[in-house]
Design a protein around this ligand. Structure first.
Ligand SMILES: [Zn+2]
Length: 164
């Protein structure tokens, strides 16, 4: 595995740990060139899972993209990378277990929101507000609304709590 710092290809594994659900293995590695330690995750390939977008386009389900969404939503929040990888892993496992080959992107978005909701309320609201802009109103908003009652109102509607 190439070192993220010096790009050396030689490393040694210093720790391997299997995730709680058995769906992935996390390895701590040390670069033999510069001594940098980094982490890799090993998963079963779920390449046959497709995401059906609103414009009817299909794209392969991309776990890395999911992790990027999580990372962006949790920017500067006290959430570990490990937690985000775990959440992405759980979503991937759920989707694979659903037996559906094509997954509506809306469903993926809702699963992300559901995870973020239990991880960090601020990240949840960030994600939900960005996501909502790209969606039609209707059923989707209804689903969000039913989730929002679980978040403190001061987080969802900070303007209502602003002084003055
Ligand atoms: Zn290195």
């Amino acid at each position: 595995m190439r070192c993220p710092k010096c790009h050396n290809q030689d490393d040694k594994v210093i720790d391997s740990r299997i995730s709680r659900d058995g769906g992935s293995i996390r390895r701590r590695r040390e670069c033999l060139g510069c001594g940098t330690r980094f982490t890799t995750y090993e998963h079963v390939e779920q390449a046959d899972l497709l995401v059906l977008k609103r414009n009817e386009a299909r794209e392969p389900f991309d776990r890395e993209k999911l992790i990027r969404s999580f990372t962006k939503a949790c920017e500067k929040r006290p959430v570990s990378l490990e937690t985000l990888h775990g959440a992405a892993e759980e979503i991937a496992t759920d989707l694979a277990a659903s037996g559906q080959r094509e997954i509506p992107s809306r469903l993926v978005g809702l699963k992300v929101m559901d995870k973020l909701h239990s991880i960090d309320p601020v990240a949840y609201v960030r994600y939900a507000s960005v996501y909502r802009e790209f969606q039609d109103v209707g059923e989707f908003i209804h689903e969000i609304a039913s989730m929002e009652h679980r978040v403190p109102a001061s987080v969802v509607h900070p303007e209502l709590f602003a002084p003055g």
